[in-house]
Ligand binder design. Structure first.
Ligand code: ADE
Length: 420
């Protein structure tokens, strides 16, 4: 048996079914896999991937394996692992996996290090923890790495900060920056799966309730629109005047979080920043308020402040619902330890949207292998031709055809003489 640290290999059959279900909704990745099987563009490439260990990630890992990559996988969040999927990858695909749902911080970092013990030539990261450990604690290994990919906004922000400081030691492709990633995954994926996570955890009725969305980036836009679709009265809070204006013109109420705190029933952060919901916000919230986060890290809600304001330990009133009693008797419900609720209490983005995100990962890895030597130690975007090809394939898989420009129209668009 290959090396691994998963919850229970006995779950492998359930995991296999779950992976097959996801793969049936990932037609673009399937096409890539068929080509990879013939061309083997990743032959012999050692990859350490730090991703949410879900059925969709399994589909990606299996695609990379078919392409010839020698891959190991660890979790990119302590609470996002699907244990049955982890078991199946080990037992059925011989992919070493280090991930257990609910692992503590020590185990999380032990698993990251186990993935790096693989001595990868490429990293595939979601949130930049793998790259960060490598650059801070395993510097000796860095020269062996030729390139990497990064999945999410938070990771890209961290990588750009590293590049700016001149400490990034190899080129990384920002998968998040592809249009076929953030337009769809961040918006429709986060939108749907976050509502799913909040509803699965609480079974709360959204219709007619004040639902506060902190942050109006791609994830916030998706969440606000999906919450409205369920009948919630959506309030958006922002720090960026442009995004705030957009939210307003999209038809949402916009106000400072301290005002929203007085009237909100459900709060969800999607900002990528820290202490967005802070003690002074919690201090004015109504009894029974529900707090969730769908940003990458569990730092968006100031949990230590909530703990300080509370009497004793919280009660786990339902799975993923910790109820804190404040000194004045009000109860505040924190979902999923403040970790991304769409993966903690639900199953993350649906496969049909991860199809495009992971098509970017697979093609990004192939691109990086072919081009890493020509790139600086910087953050790059996947070439637009690849991005558009993914969109074209996705449309084709859905049976949707679109128009093409006539020669006359194409010429018109590249000329300036013709006018009124
Ligand atoms: N990030 C958000 N949803 C995900 C999923 N289903 N699989 C992997 N990463 C994700």
């Amino acid at each position: 048996m290959i090396e691994h640290d998963v919850k229970d290999l006995g779950l492998a059959t359930a995991g296999r079914y779950k992976i097959e279900w996801a793969e049936s909704q990932m037609p673009v990745l399937k096409l890539i896999r068929e080509r990879f099987a013939k061309e083997r563009p990743l032959a012999g490439l050692k990859v350490s991937a730090c991703l949410h260990v879900t059925s969709e990630t399994a589909a990606l890992a299996r695609t990379m394996q078919v392409g010839g990559a020698d891959i190991v996988l660890c979790a990119s969040n302590p609470l996002s692992t699907q244990d049955e999927v982890a078991a199946s990858l080990v037992a059925n695909d011989e992919i070493p996996v280090y991930a257990i749902k609910g692992e503590d911080t020590n185990t999380y970092f032990r698993h990251l290090n186990a993935a790096l013990d693989h001595r990868p030539q490429m990293t595939m990261d979601d949130g930049c923890d793998l790259v960060s450990v490598l650059h801070k604690e395993r510097k000796d290994q860095v020269p062996e790495i030729v390139g990497g990919t990064e999945e999410t906004t938070t990771g890209v922000v961290r990588l750009r900060a590293m590049a700016k400081e001149g400490v990034l030691r190899y080129p990384v492709l920002a998968v998040n920056d592809s249009m076929t990633k953030h337009f769809f995954d961040n918006r429709y994926g986060t939108g749907q799966s976050t509502v799913d996570g909040i509803v699965r955890a609480t079974n709360i009725l959204l219709a007619g309730r004040n639902f506060v969305v902190a942050g109006y980036g791609w994830c916030g836009r998706g969440l606000a629109s999906r919450a409205r679709g369920m009948g919630a009265i959506v309030i958006v809070t922002e720090v960026d005047p442009l995004k705030a204006l957009e939210a307003l013109m999209d038809g949402f109420q916009v106000m400072p979080l301290i005002e929203a705190s007085k009237i909100g029933a459900i709060f969800c952060t999607v900002t990528g920043d820290k202490n967005v919901i802070d003690g002074h916000h919690i201090a004015v919230m109504k009894d029974g308020a529900v707090l969730a986060n769908s940003g990458h890290f569990n730092s968006e809600i100031n949990i230590p402040a909530l703990e300080k304001m509370s009497i004793g330990e919280p009660r786990m009133v339902r799975p993923f619902v910790a109820q804190y009693e404040l000194k004045d008797g009000r109860r505040i419900n924190l979902l999923g330890d403040g970790r991304l609720i769409n993966l903690a209490a639900a199953e993350g983005h649906p496969a049909a949207v991860m199809d495009m995100s992971f098509a970017n990962q697979a093609l990004g890895l192939e691109f990086m292998r072919a081009n890493a030597a020509t790139l600086e130690h910087d953050v790059y975007t996947i070439p637009e031709v690849i991005d558009r090809e993914i969109a074209r394939l996705k449309l084709a898989s859905m049976g949707i055809e679109i128009d093409i420009l006539t020669d006359e129209q194409a010429k018109y668009l590249s000329s300036w003489e013709e006018g009124t």
